[in-house]
Every structure is written in structure tokens, then in C-alpha cells.
Ligand binder design. Structure first.
Ligand SMILES: Nc1ncnc2c1ncn2[C@@H]1O[C@H](COP(=O)(O)OP(=O)(O)O)[C@@H](O)[C@H]1O
Ligand SMILES: [Mg+2]
Length: 255
């Protein structure tokens, strides 16, 4: 039986507020399997970014357990979590978060430059082919300020995918884009997700974007509710994943 790629047990996040304790996430339990596409929706301020930050190992919960790719990340130091992140996780933000003084090419190269076994030339070649894949070959040497919002998000997507992460987290990836550009970015994200089989965890306000995901979760009062309409699809997906992994095991064992 495959293990979830992400699991959370009794995950709670609280912050001190005016001498009281404010609970953002309240004992959340969650399992996500490799290859799933999961949308997390909820009102503004419901804790979506907080939850994503914890699942992506950027932040630590106040209590509870978070397992990512087999690692008990709630017990790891910041340094050890950074290693888990570098090897397994790509992130796309609403505000793109490109480094302003680096070219598009250098921004995309960054995750590989942080891994010592990648040489400069290899990183450059890979980054160029990623820029080509997202349609920005000609803009490789431009800095972010001369690129449009949609182009900046394409650079961010290439950067998120260049190190072949197992999981992509996207926090309102189309929130700062106009309708047509948002649609192009959504299409690109889902296309790449299908091509690479990456697990996609997407926070969005946009119900159309959420509906493109196999599984939808909603944050309400610190709790995570599963959209029951999608449960069947999600368990079918899980069964398919189990079947695939059993078949792969059998092929590898020669049985
Ligand atoms: N570091 C922080 N300090 C104080 N309040 C915070 C902090 N992070 C988040 N919050 C509060 O927690 C709640 C959830 O925030 P957030 O996760 O950003 O929600 P969402 O992404 O759903 O809009 C909000 O009320 C926000 O103001
Ligand atoms: Mg948010």
C-alpha cells in the first residue's frame, strides 16, 4: 500500500493576538497521495496560505505532525527542512517572487545552483530548455521588471519545476493576472502537471480553477472539509495509484 506523499495529523497553528491565542488551523488531518491534484479553497483569511506554508515546510506548526516525502518535518531543523524542500518541492506564489536583479535565465537556474553537484553550464542548459517550454526563450536575458505579469509567472513556474520536484505548491498563482493571462497560466500548470505526474497543491479563490483539480478541500473555521462530490474521484485516483505501484513492484521483483 503506497504511503501518502504528504500527511498531517492534528496539525494546529495558533498565534498570540491581544493577550489571547488565535487559532488559525485547528487539528487538521490530511493525506495527499503522489500525483494528486488538490485545490484548497476558503475565504480570505481562512488560513489557506498558513496551511500551504506548513505543508511546504516553510513554516512549523504550533502542534501536530507533518510528514512530507517520508520525513517527519515537524521534528526537523530549519536547515534539514530546507534540504527536504530543495529536493522535493517547487513553489509558485501569487506575487511571482522573482529576484529582481537576476535575469529570467538566472532566476530559473537558481534551484540547481543551490545543489552543488550541478555545474553552471548544465544548469544554464536546463534553464534554457525550461524557458523554451514555457514560451520565453527570447526573454531569457531580461530582468523581471521588463516582463509582463504572465511572463513573470511563467518564469516562476519554470523555476519551480527545473529541479524535478515531487510536489508543486501554488498559492493563488493567477491572483495577480488578468482573465486571459490567468487562463493561459492555469492551462500551463495543468499541462505540466499531467506531463510530469507531479503532485499539485493549489490554493485558489477561483472556483473554476478549483474545479479543474481532482480533489477539492475547503478551509472553514480552521477545519478542512473535503468536497464530497470529488471524494469518489479521489478514491478512484488513490486506487489507481495503488494499482500502478503494485504493478511497478511486481515488474521490479520480476513476479
Ligand atoms: N504571522 C502572522 N501574524 C499574525 N497574524 C497572521 C500571521 N499569519 C497569518 N495571520 C492571520 O491568520 C489568518 C489566516 O491568514 P492566511 O493564512 O494568510 O489566510 P488566507 O491565505 O486564507 O487568506 C488571517 O487572519 C491572518 O491575518
Ligand atoms: Mg493567502
Amino acid at each position: 500500500m503506497p504511503q501518502p506523499i504528504i500527511s498531517a495529523h492534528q496539525l494546529t497553528q495558533t498565534i498570540p493576538l491581544n493577550n489571547k491565542v488565535f487559532t488559525i488551523l485547528n487539528e487538521i488531518n490530511l493525506e495527499i497521495y503522489a500525483g494528486e491534484q488538490v485545490a484548497i479553497t476558503g475565504r480570505s483569511g481562512s488560513g489557506k496560505s498558513t496551511l500551504l506554508g506548513i505543508l511546504a515546510t516553510l513554516d512549523q506548526p504550533s502542534s501536530g505532525e507533518v510528514w512530507v516525502c517520508g520525513e517527519a518535518v515537524h521534528q526537523l531543523s530549519e536547515e534539514a527542512r530546507a534540504k527536504v524542500r530543495l529536493e522535493n518541492i517547487g513553489f509558485v506564489f501569487q506575487s511571482f517572487q522573482l529576484l529582481p536583479h537576476l535575469s529570467a535565465l538566472e532566476n530559473v537556474m537558481l534551484p540547481l545552483r543551490l545543489q552543488p553537484h550541478f555545474g553552471y553550464r548544465e544548469a544554464e542548459q536546463k534553464a534554457l530548455s525550461w524557458l523554451k517550454r514555457v514560451g520565453l526563450e527570447r526573454q531569457a536575458l531580461q530582468t523581471p521588471k521588463v516582463l509582463s505579469g504572465g511572463e513573470q509567472q511563467r518564469v516562476a513556474i519554470a523555476r519551480a519545476l527545473i529541479a524535478s520536484p515531487k510536489i508543486i505548491f501554488a498559492d493563488e498563482p493567477t491572483g495577480n493576472l488578468d482573465g486571459q493571462t490567468a487562463h493561459e497560466i492555469e492551462t500551463l500548470l495543468f499541462e505540466l502537471n499531467r506531463e510530469l505526474g507531479t503532485t499539485l497543491i493549489l490554493v485558489t479563490h477561483d472556483s473554476k480553477l478549483a474545479e479543474m483539480c481532482q480533489r477539492r478541500l475547503q478551509l472553514v473555521d480552521g477545519q478542512l472539509l473535503e468536497d464530497s462530490l470529488t471524494n469518489n474521484k479521489s478514491s478512484q485516483n488513490r486506487m489507481l495509484n495503488e494499482l500502478t505501484s503494485t504493478l511497478v513492484d511486481q515488474v521490479e521483483d520480476g513476479t
